[in-house]
Design a binder for this molecule. Structure first.
Ligand code: 4NP
Length: 149
């Protein structure tokens, strides 16, 4: 399956989700993107990188990208890391609404959104939510319990 994670900047949350998921499986194609153009071409946030390295998760050769229509068409399922991102994506790519889902549906910890560490500074909290959700997403895919068409 081709999976994309999307947040606002593609430097904190969605790259973390991309590399945490890549560390858990090599069965799928996994990418991440921004809705904004703020950081195109940059590496991920240094605190996201530090946290991934600290947890022995490989995160080389990352370059921030803004999501395009081609990217939406290419992926089977697109996870929005918060509700604002979900709305933006569903409005921007209306014809592909059915493959755009909320990441936190798979969280099970009571979070409706992945809080943005750009503002909160709490990268550990984000890592905990992401690890949990990615595990549940993989389980749902394995059990063919995930809707993407
Ligand atoms: P992210 O965090 O969406 O998790 O990558 C942000 C990164 C940058 C900005 C906002 C959020 N910014 O406003 O530049």
């Amino acid at each position: 399956m081709k999976i994309a994670f999307v947040c606002l900047g593609n430097i904190c949350r969605s790259p973390m989700a991309e590399f945490v998921m890549k560390d858990m499986t090599n069965k799928h194609i996994i990418n991440s993107f921004a809705t904004s153009a703020y950081h195109i071409g940059e590496d991920m946030h240094k605190d996201t990188k530090e946290l991934l390295i600290k947890n022995n998760i490989k995160c080389d050769n990352f370059i921030c990208r803004q999501i395009s229509l081609e990217d939406v068409k290419y992926h089977d399922i697109i996870f929005a890391l918060d509700d604002e991102i979900l709305n933006t994506l569903q409005n921007r790519f209306q014809e592909h609404k059915n493959k755009i889902q909320s990441f936190c549906t798979y969280c099970n910890l009571g979070y409706k959104n992945v809080p943005d560490p750009w503002y909160s500074g709490n990268f550990e909290e984000v890592y905990m939510i992401i690890k949990h959700s990615c595990k549940n997403i993989l389980k749902a895919i394995d059990e063919e319990n995930i809707n993407c068409n």
